[in-house]
Design a protein around this ligand. Structure first.
Ligand code: RB5
Length: 151
């Protein structure tokens, strides 16, 4: 699968380990940065990976900051994005099954690398269930359409 990944300075090491892990599984990973350790604004990187998912450049996205919260908020401002912050695999599984999430976010200051790998594996390997959940996802996207501003 073609996957986009982005992070702020708190998550550079975790991102690097995840890229290696995913590439070893045969995934193609596009890295949207940052690769540095100096203070960096998470929203810049969140927007980059979210745009890549929204445009279809990548199929799914991974976004990491200190908590996973700020970068997730930024991702969710991009039309077409359903980013979910998960600190454990149960939520990662159900946000795919029920919400058709297309970006997963988590906090490098909250969870360790082994938990991050489990979350990512679950997110990438769980299919959307559709059915009644499709109607609800459509409802979420209708909210976006009703509130979209064209600037
Ligand atoms: C950076 O200090 C921190 O605010 C950021 O990584 C993230 O946790 C924001 O939500």
């Amino acid at each position: 699968m073609k996957i986009g990944i982005a992070n702020d300075h708190t998550a550079t090491d975790m991102k690097k380990e995840l890229v290696e892990y995913l590439e070893a599984q045969g995934h193609e990973v596009i890295n949207f940065g940052t690769d540095g350790y100096e203070s960096a604004d998470y929203y810049i990187y969140g927007e980059k990976v979210a745009n890549a998912v929204a445009s279809g450049e990548v199929e799914k996205g991974i976004a990491i900051c200190g908590t996973g919260v700020g970068i997730g908020m930024a991702c969710n401002k991009v039309n077409g994005i359903r980013a979910c912050m998960c600190s454990e695999p149960y939520s990662a599984k159900y946000t795919r099954l029920h919400n058709d999430a297309n970006i997963i976010t988590f906090g490098a200051r909250v969870i360790g690398i082994e938990m991050a790998k489990m979350i990512v594996d679950t997110f990438l390997n769980t299919e959307f269930e559709g059915g009644r959940h499709q109607r609800r996802v459509n409802g979420i996207m209708d909210i976006e359409r009703r509130n979209r501003t064209n600037q």
